[in-house]
Design a protein. Structure first.
Length: 103
């Protein structure tokens, strides 16, 4: 499989990437940042870290894909904006979904 780039992010594994919600139908979600720890057909599970009073607490939240737009940070530190509706399928189906040429 080719390396993760801005052009092929929709065909790669998303778990482990840092993201920020940049657009949402729920205005309370805009600006939330975290690391993707799990993915389902319609949801991303983020691990959010907040540091308050010298203690680091993490919590997990589930974010719907289709009503949000995300900014992904790729391993090479490049930032990529993706509409969640493009990711709205099971990861294993999205990864192997290839446009086949007919000869």
């Amino acid at each position: 499989m080719s390396p993760l780039t801005a052009k092929n992010i929709h065909r790669h594994e998303l778990i482990g990437l840092n993201i920020e919600i940049i657009k949402s139908t729920d205005k309370n979600l805009i600006g939330i940042q975290g690391c993707i720890v799990d993915e389902t057909k319609q949801m991303l599970v983020l691990d959010l870290v907040s540091s308050k009073s010298n203690t680091t607490a993490s919590r997990r939240v589930s974010i719907e894909k289709k009503n949000n737009s995300f900014r992904f940070e790729l391993p090479n530190k490049e930032l990529v904006d993706v509409d969640g509706s493009l990711l709205n399928s099971r990861s294993e189906n999205r990864i192997k979904n290839v446009i086949r040429k007919r000869w």
